[in-house]
Design a protein around this ligand. Structure first.
Ligand SMILES: [Fe+2]
Length: 335
């Protein structure tokens, strides 16, 4: 389809294009971890935690659990070649302390790909929880709803430890269905999403040129090796505008508004109420996610808690350099 001058975009087709309603009576995306593998993981991590090992001292890359790679293979394949999301069940979280579950999640992650950095620590598990405002350092330490976005890494795994008092459901959407809807509704606007936007850098001191915004556009959609992929993180785009570094044309504003509205559409989204022990896996190149508003418990130790695993999958094609997908890359990405 012709959109702008010399700019052609085709609709995406394949299993990565879906609507939430496609899964109303379908649980093909839910996998169970065999009991013997869960027991094997527990038998490894329990003595380690007893011996004082933490996630930051755990040498998980030396661990190989028989059968675990094979059990996780369908999940990786579904992320890469299928619908782009999966759920893994089987860990029993009620009986185990959070530190032990972090070690278990590191073992699972290591059998899928390369575990990424979080909270300023290399190769670690992040806690997604509403903590007190004076000790917050990251957005995922706040409560409330989250707009649709991707995490800046190949894949994310979210292990539910505790639910909120009320609400807080996860919402996911096929970014490729969103792409196609925008192309159908406003073919004139999609070129702006391929062209992309400058991002406010998180830490300009670490960038090569010291600039507060990227000196290149970060595309929201791109063709990587013949596959259309996506990378949408609204906050750094909006911050660059709000802080006066960038101004957007009305067509660019319209494109971003339509993207936000389409990604949040009820007929496109799949809502998931994660239960304790559920691990939601998402391919960030194909899936956007958000979170419904929620009411939490008062005591910090009772509040909604998710453990977050960030993964790089070495066998996947690399993102284009102007499509930053990790904090490190966003800080140092080239022109
Ligand atoms: Fe996220």
């Amino acid at each position: 389809m012709e959109t702008g001058k010399d700019f052609k975009v085709e609709a995406v087709s394949g299993p990565q294009v879906w609507r939430g309603t496609d899964f109303s009576n379908n649980t093909d995306w839910v996998y169970s971890l065999p009991v013997e593998i869960v027991n094997a993981i527990n038998s490894i991590v329990f003595p380690l935690v007893e011996g004082g090992v933490t996630q930051h001292t755990f040498q998980f890359e030396k661990i190989e659990v028989p059968g675990l790679r094979a059990a996780l293979r369908p999940i990786i394949d579904a992320l890469a070649f299928g619908r782009g999301f999966s759920m893994l069940r089987g860990l029993s979280v009620e009986k185990y302390p959070t530190e032990e579950l972090k070690l278990a999640l590191l073992i699972i992650g290591h059998h899928m790909g390369l575990v990424g950095p979080q909270d300023g620590h290399p190769k670690s598990i992040g806690e997604v929880r509403d903590i007190n405002p004076d000790s917050r350092t990251h957005y995922y330490h706040g409560g409330g709803p989250l707009p649709m976005h991707m995490d800046p890494v190949d894949a994310v795994g979210l292990l539910c430890i505790r639910k909120a008092k009320k609400g807080g459901e996860s919402q996911i959407v096929s970014s490729m269905a969103v792409h196609n809807e925008i192309l159908k509704q406003r073919p004139d606007l999609i070129q702006f999403l391929y062209r992309g936007f400058q991002h406010r850098r998180r830490n300009e001191r670490l960038s090569k040129d010291g600039g507060k915004v990227t000196n290149y556009n970060c595309p929201i959609f791109a063709d990587v090796g013949g596959q259309i992929v996506s990378n949408y993180i609204p906050r750094p785009i909006r911050l660059a505008v709000e802080q006066g570094f960038v101004s957007l044309s009305s067509a660019e504003e319209d494109a971003l508004t339509l993207l936000d509205e389409t990604a949040a559409r009820d007929d496109l989204c799949l809502k998931m109420d994660l239960m304790p022990g559920d691990i939601q896996f998402l391919n960030n190149r194909l899936i956007m996610h958000g979170r419904a508003d929620y009411l939490d418990f008062d005591a910090l130790e009772d509040r909604r808690l998710m453990l977050r695993l960030w993964l790089t999958i070495p066998e996947w094609d690399k993102y284009p350099k102007n499509m930053p997908h990790s904090d490190a890359e966003l800080k140092t990405a080239p022109a």
